[in-house]
Ligand binder design. Structure first.
Ligand code: C2E
Ligand code: CA
Ligand code: CA
Length: 875
């Protein structure tokens, strides 16, 4: 419905009014007022609708000039065009009318055609102007629109080549978030406030415009300086105006030295300067400078060379191993790209990936990385290695690529791989924009069998609330998150919460960026499944990774070899027979080869070489001391120092001589067989040595087992005494802690022994993570633990350590159902007493800690002994 335009006639003479109405009524809607004052009242109601005013000058109450002055000073009505009626031929009237702001005039008496014509042309002029304004001005803020701002700046710079100007651009931090959380009207209000502030500060002294949603720009005359305080002040003003609290508006300055640079580029550069201080606390303004310029140039150089680099295979894949936390087994790898540039050297992906994500090249590069990863997997399969998986990174742009699914299925087919061998890491932040489309595609991939990992989990703000809508198999905890959470001394509430969430959603958890043993222990305690990080290995070239894989393979096959007795014939154990006498060798081989694969060598050098290659397959060495190059006795000495040979039994041989025999046994040979001897007598010695060596190995294992507590892997009482016997004076002073879990019996009774054992294990993990690797940790009885700290003299620090541990145990939250606490008694030890004596002192401090209610941790002092007696008596 096109409504009729409205014209307001202001005229005291009724006849004239009627006449004008008669002329206009056919085409317009007409309002009337008898004087200026009445006209203002009409406008008050209808100001947005009146298209034109026809105004008489001489009127009672308020004349035409007065009315015109008021109208022009009121911005809400000042733009309504006014045609003034003047007396015919009175030029001074016409001049006065125009100087008061009238748009045009008509002479009385009124001539209908002239009036209609003038009215129509002025209304149309005004509408055009309004349209132009709409184009020139930003509707929301009334600042110049981007295009018009650019034009105005160009004109200004051309008009004043001698003046110095700067370009200032601003950006509101997290504007999208403000819009999302507070709603669009609040966002709009904020933008209006920024514009108001800019108008107030710069106004007529510069040219201001709005470039995009939350970006504003101003061209100003160069001031002396740009003090931070000024911008901080402006920022708080905006917060007041918008009635908000934490809005941060930052500014970038581009100093215009070269006026040939395009205005768009000037703004881009000022905005780049803003981006550089994004998120920096208390830094509100920054200037564009050479480092930024260099960054741009570098980005340009990267962009120019990326395509060729891909063709020339300058991009290479590094693999970072991932381990299963429960048994330290290699579980897979993440493929991380490196750029080996012929001039620039190795480039970190942190530099080029973000650029490739912006310019779209990432899709090509990622497809290359995926294909190379598959090729690698295929090669390993061919070599018969265990079938591990490789995780590859998938950028957001990759998911929008319509070819994604086809491409992935194509390469899997080409390299004969199951989809589950390729894990797709999709960063958490990819889901924040347009989640619907991303989810749909990822769901399809998952249905096809790909394993989906959410990368960088915990780095953004939007993860938890949408977690259950996402097609996922694995959560990969962000490195920063791990480092922050594990740095906190005790409370791992959030980590624990995430692990239980993951369990509940059937997801595995990988922690990346694990750099220390402490972090590993914390993650182990909270139940994390896989770990990746510098603590284990840095990303490495594929060949190096293959060696790891090979090692794992050998271990696995060794195990299966050991389990598969009896050995098939060709897999007889190897025996190395080293003797310069060929006839002797042949003679002996006859008997020995019934049970061994006998390898004969005739000089010292060959013995060492042979061992280099086959150390792990040789079961026994028969070594002649008459050997040359080097001498047999020297070879024997060398072998004692080589770890990989240390467990292989050695029988030395030589022409009978008491001294030879003694020397050989002294150096470490297991037996000596004097020559000449029959093959049968040598055979007997071989048998004896073998069974001795088996016994020795068993004893080693038994001893190891006998010294360890089965439940926690800590030392037991026997182990503790053995290790303490080996303590030396330079380990002192020492502190011996005796910990006791109060109430463990109650846990056993009420929740069952399993739960009790669980608490004991948890406490032992806690001990491991709180003490140094060189400290001695043991479990004595059911619920008693001992820690011996070396080189520790400061009593306060020791007590604090004991208290912190008790605190950590309570706060770990394992003990909700039956409250469990821990008490500690500590004794300082200078090694002048026996272990039993110091244990006894720690025990009396422990008793004291248990009865004294103030602290659950007590240091043994002479006075305690009396204190505790009296406290026991009191009870
Ligand atoms: P990301 O996916 O989060 O990869 C983990 C990054 O952490 C890698 O950095 C890795 O070398 C590093 N890292 C691993 N363990 C530790 C540790 O213990 N401590 C510390 N401080 N860092 C550790 P890198 O290789 O520089 O890669 C950086 C980022 O570049 C990656 O972060 C990923 O977002 C991206 N990226 C790397 N390769 C590719 C790729 O082929 N495609 C895509 N789209 N992105 C890639
Ligand atoms: Ca990743
Ligand atoms: Ca990551």
């Amino acid at each position: 419905m096109t409504s009729q335009k409205i014209i307001l006639i202001v005229e005291d003479n009724e006849i004239n009014r009627a006449m004008l109405r008669g002329i206009l009524e056919s085409e317009y809607k007409v309002l009337e007022a008898p004087n200026g004052l009445e006209a203002l009242k009409v406008l008050n109601d209808q100001k947005d609708n009146v298209s034109l005013i026809l105004l008489d000058i001489v009127m009672p109450v308020m004349d035409g000039y007065t009315f015109l002055s008021i109208l022009k000073n009121d911005p809400s009505i000042s733009s309504i065009p006014v045609i003034v009626a003047t007396q015919n031929d009175n030029e001074s009237d016409e001049v006065a009318a125009l100087s008061h702001g009238a748009t045009d005039f008509v002479a009385k008496p009124y001539r209908p055609q002239i009036i209609l014509h003038r009215v129509a042309s002025i209304i149309s002029l005004r509408e055009n102007a309004a349209m132009i304004n709409q184009f020139r001005y930003d509707r929301l803020t009334s600042l110049y629109s981007k295009e018009f701002f650019y034009r105005r700046v160009r004109e200004e710079l051309q008009a004043h080549p001698d003046r110095e100007y700067d370009m200032l651009c601003s950006n509101i931090e997290n504007f999208k978030l403000i819009n999302d959380i507070l709603g669009v009207p609040a966002g709009d209000q904020l933008l209006i406030s920024v514009a108001e502030m800019i108008q107030e500060k710069i106004g007529e002294r510069g040219i201001c415009g709005r470039l995009s949603a939350d970006q504003f720009a101003c061209l100003i005359h160069r001031p002396q300086a740009y003090p931070q305080e000024y911008f901080i002040h402006a920022n708080s003003e905006i917060n007041t105006l918008a009635n908000m609290q934490n809005v941060v508006v930052k500014w970038g300055v581009y100093v215009i030295r070269d006026k040939q640079v395009s205005v768009e580029q000037m703004c881009d550069r000022a905005l780049l300067a803003v981006r550089r201080i994004k998120g920096q606390y208390n830094n509100y303004v920054a200037a564009y400078d050479d480092t930024l310029r260099n960054k741009l140039l570098r980005e340009q150089a990267i962009t120019d060379s990326m395509e060729a680099a891909l063709k020339q295979r300058q991009f290479v894949i590094y693999l970072q191993p991932k381990f299963q936390i429960k048994d330290d087994q290699l579980a897979g790898a993440e493929a991380l790209v490196r750029w080996n540039h012929p001039q620039w050297g190795f480039q970190s992906p942190a530099e080029f990936i973000p650029l490739f994500e912006r310019n779209g090249f990432i899709t090509k590069l990622d497809q290359y990385v995926w294909e190379q990863s598959c090729a690698e997997l295929h090669r390993w399969d061919q070599a018969g290695y265990p079938q591990i998986s490789v995780s590859v990174n998938v950028s957001r742009a990759d998911i929008y690529n319509s070819d994604l699914i086809d491409f992935l299925t194509r390469i899997l087919k080409k390299y004969e791989l199951q989809p589950s061998r390729l894990h797709l890491e999709i960063t958490e932040s990819a889901y924040t924009e347009n989640p619907g489309q991303i989810i749909a595609t990822v769901e399809q991939l998952r249905t096809l069998g790909f394993v989906i990992e959410m990368d960088d989990f915990g780095s953004g703000y939007s993860s938890l609330n949408m977690l259950n809508q996402l097609p996922l198999d694995i959560l990969k905890l962000d490195m920063k998150f791990i480092q922050n959470e594990t740095a906190k001394p005790t409370n791992q509430g959030i980590l624990r919460f995430i692990m239980s969430l993951a369990r509940w959603m059937n997801l595995s958890v990988v922690a990346e960026g694990v750099e220390t043993r402490e972090q590993l222990e914390r993650l182990r305690e909270t139940g994390c499944d896989y770990v990746q990080g510098y603590y284990f290995a840095r990303p490495m070239p594929c060949e190096e990774f293959e060696k790891l894989l090979q090692k794992q393979y050998e271990q696995a096959s060794k195990k299966s070899l050991e389990n598969s007795l009896p050995l098939p014939d060709q897999q007889k154990p190897m025996l190395l027979l080293a003797d310069g006498d060929v006839r002797y060798c042949e003679e002996m081989r006859g008997v020995l080869s019934q049970q061994y694969l006998v390898q004969c060598v005739s000089d010292g050098q060959s013995v060492l070489q042979y061992l280099d290659m086959y150390a792990n397959q040789i079961r026994l060495i028969i070594l002649s001391l008459d050997l040359k190059d080097p001498e047999g006795i020297d070879v024997l000495k060398t072998l004692q120092h080589r770890i990989e040979v240390r467990d292989i039994p050695i029988i030395a041989t030589g022409y009978w001589d008491d001294q030879w025999e003694e020397a050989a046994l002294d150096i470490g040979a297991d037996d000596f067989a004097g020559k000449p001897h029959t093959p049968m007598s040598l055979w007997k010695r071989v048998q004896r040595t073998q069974s001795l060596s088996v016994l020795r190995q068993q004893e080693q294992i038994l001893r190891e087992e006998a010294y360890r507590d089965y439940l926690t892997g800590l030392l037991n009482r026997r182990g503790l005494s053995a290790v303490c016997q080996a303590l030396r004076q330079d380990d002192a002073p020492l502190a011996l802690f005796r910990f006791d879990l109060d109430n463990l019996k109650k846990v056993n009774d009420q929740l069952g022994r399993d739960q009790g054992d669980q608490r004991i294990r948890q406490f032992s993990h806690l001990l491991r993570s709180h003490f140094r690797q060189s400290d001695i940790l043991a479990r004595l009885d059911q619920d008693e633990f001992i820690v011996v700290m070396k080189k520790t003299a400061r009593k306060e620090a020791v007590v604090r350590k004991g208290e912190a541990l008790g605190q950590a145990f309570v706060e770990a939250g394992w003990n909700q159902d039956v409250p469990l606490t821990v008490s500690a008694g500590i004794a300082m030890w200078d090694l002048s007493e026996t272990l039993d004596e110091v244990l006894a002192r720690a025990d009396s401090a422990l008793k004291c800690a248990k009865v004294g209610c103030q602290s659950r941790c007590r240091l043994w002092e002479e006075a305690n002994v009396w204190g505790i007696r009296s406290e026991i008596v009191k009870k």
